[in-house]
Unconditional design. Structure first.
Length: 248
């Protein structure tokens, strides 16, 4: 498999700003709360995150703040960040150095999914991509100390994401594009499942474990193509039309 070209900080900044804008267009934002973060190429332990107080639709590549894994600003900008909001991200980035992007959101369908004891079921093709790839993390209140960080990282392991009980959802990706697409698939899968459950009188149709696993393998293929490789350029074209200026 041909190695991928190294990423530059500017490329990551533009993609991350685009991910914020696309999330806003999808209605995934929660006023000024929740975060998307990305590693800074060539600077271990440094990450990009949104400045506290900006809406997702206002984020630009240059407005992103560089922080360390404790959420402390290290770029000299003096821009405010929400260090408690980075607690999840910092722990995940430190534990998963192969991950470029961590997305934690309170999406409408994701929050609803987090209330279901059964979690995400293999009920749609969207869900098959994430079959066996989602962990769960119990709700422990607003405070997120080092003990909970360890539990959260352990629950994530090498998976693609977590359902955060009674809270929301989180995904990780080897690129910003991959993480964004996984969040898209998770939100669509949650929406489809919850709508079906709301309208069903005698339960909903769930495929077998064998079929779900086979579909996941088919989706992943030989691993040379990542989620977002094909979709991301198209999504950026949409963004250029609907929310220009993100690359500034």
């Amino acid at each position: 498999m041909t190695p991928r070209a190294p990423r530059t900080e500017q490329q990551v900044r533009i993609d991350l700003a685009a991910a914020f804008r696309l999330a806003a267009l999808n209605g995934w934002d929660d006023t000024v709360y929740t975060h998307l973060s990305a590693t800074v190429p060539g600077e271990p332990g440094h990450y990009l995150i949104n400045p506290f107080g900006l809406l997702f639709e206002e984020i630009t590549a240059s407005s992103l703040v560089k922080v360390n894994q404790h959420g402390q600003v290290v770029d000299g900008s003096g821009r405010p960040v929400n260090p408690t909001g980075f607690t999840i991200h910092g722990a995940v980035h430190a534990a998963r150095p192969e991950v470029e992007c961590v997305i934690h959101l309170h999406t409408p369908w994701g929050v609803a999914l987090s209330m279901l004891p059964e979690g995400l079921l293999p009920t749609s093709q969207y869900a098959m991509r994430l079959h066996g790839r989602l962990g769960r993390h119990a709700y422990e209140g607003l405070a997120l100390g080092t003990d909970e960080q360890r539990r959260l990282v352990a629950n994530l392991g090498s998976l693609d994401g977590l359902i955060l009980d009674n809270h929301g959802i989180m995904v990780v990706g080897r690129t910003v594009a991959e993480a964004w697409m996984l969040m898209h698939l998770l939100e669509r899968a949650a929406q489809a499942q919850l709508r079906a459950q709301a309208g069903a009188r005698a339960g909903i149709q769930v495929v077998t474990e064998e079929l779900a696993a086979r579909t996941h393998r088919q989706w992943m293929g030989d691993g040379s193509e990542w989620d977002g490789d094909v979709e991301w350029p198209a999504l950026l074209r949409r963004l250029d039309r609907l929310s220009p200026g993100y690359a500034d």
